[in-house]
Design a binder for this molecule. Structure first.
Ligand SMILES: Nc1ncnc2c1ncn2[C@@H]1O[C@H](COP(=O)(O)OP(=O)(O)O)[C@@H](O)[C@H]1O
Ligand SMILES: [Mg+2]
Length: 259
């Protein structure tokens, strides 16, 4: 579904992606983990050409998005994207947030857009919030509306960029539950996340990125539970037990080998 070969991306003199090769098969869930600034968002944004790669190729469902002749709007329509910030229209209700792109982009008539919108709100557990405005919803509910908005467009794959990072801890679970259900339904998903339990339980593969390269890649039982590379281990120690990582750094020890 996604095939990335030799992907490089620079911003001016700053090389952010330094040769990424990655494949996501149909129905797979691939989680990307790694420190802030390592290039995870840029990688995701290159998949739907929100950023233009400096070199290398990206194909999505067989269409080469890096081909100058590609109909990028057509490719983008098949890709749902969910960001850390929900980006809902504040002056529209939850249901209206779901119908607007269906009508404008997919040219669905109002009745169909509403039917699909309601159906999708049900899938994310928000049937009773149809008429609520974003300001009347919790962060977790807003993010579920954002996921529903993407799903209402019938995407072939979904990109998630730290979808739970802006949420209060007690609201994270509901969003992850929706994502887990999507994975169970067979959605192809590329997910940047710091939620290691999600990566461990849901991902088919986990990719650890650092400084613009993929350092380590494999099943979650390997990358998350028994990382081979010292940089992966150090990162996981920081993510899984920040207090302990600080203590061991203060002691001048290397971070513990296993998270
Ligand atoms: N549009 C941009 N212009 C200049 N630099 C950018 C831009 N987007 C990202 N960067 C830089 O690229 C690096 C990687 O950023 P990003 O992909 O957001 O990392 P991550 O998502 O892993 O935190 C950072 O140093 C960031 O400052
Ligand atoms: Mg990011």
């Amino acid at each position: 579904m996604i095939r990335i070969r030799g992907l490089h991306k620079s911003f001016g003199g700053l090389e952010v992606l330094k040769g990424i090769d990655l494949a996501v098969e149909r129905g797979q869930v691939v989680c990307v983990i790694g420190p802030s600034g390592s290039g995870k968002s840029t990688l995701l944004r290159c998949v739907n050409l929100l950023e233009e790669p400096t070199s290398g190729s990206v194909t999505v469902g067989g269409a080469e998005v890096t081909d100058p002749d590609v109909d990028i709007d057509r490719v983008r329509r098949r890709i749902g994207m969910v960001f850390q910030a929900f980006n809902l229209f504040p002056h529209l209700t939850a249901l209206e947030n779901l119908t607007i792109a269906q009508r404008r982009v997919l040219r669905r008539d109002k009745a169909e857009a509403v039917r699909i919108g309601r159906d999708t709100l049900r899938r994310v557990g928000l049937t009773d919030k149809e008429t609520a405005y974003p300001a009347q919803l919790s962060g977790g509910q807003q993010q579920r509306v954002a996921i529903a908005r993407a799903l209402a467009m019938d995407p072939d794959l979904m990109l998630f960029d730290e979808p739970t990072s802006a949420l209060d801890p007690e609201l994270v679970g509901d969003v992850l539950a929706v994502m887990r259900a999507l994975a169970d339904e067979g959605m192809t998903m590329l997910v940047v996340t710091h939620e290691m339990s999600f990566a461990r339980e849901v991902a088919d593969r986990v990719v650890f990125m650092d400084d613009g390269v993929i350092v380590e890649e494999g099943g979650p039982e390997q990358v998350v539970a028994a990382p081979r590379h010292p940089r992966t281990r150090a990162f996981l120690t920081r993510v899984l037990d920040p207090a302990a990582a600080r203590v061991s750094e203060a002691d001048g020890e290397r971070p513990a080998g296993r998270p």
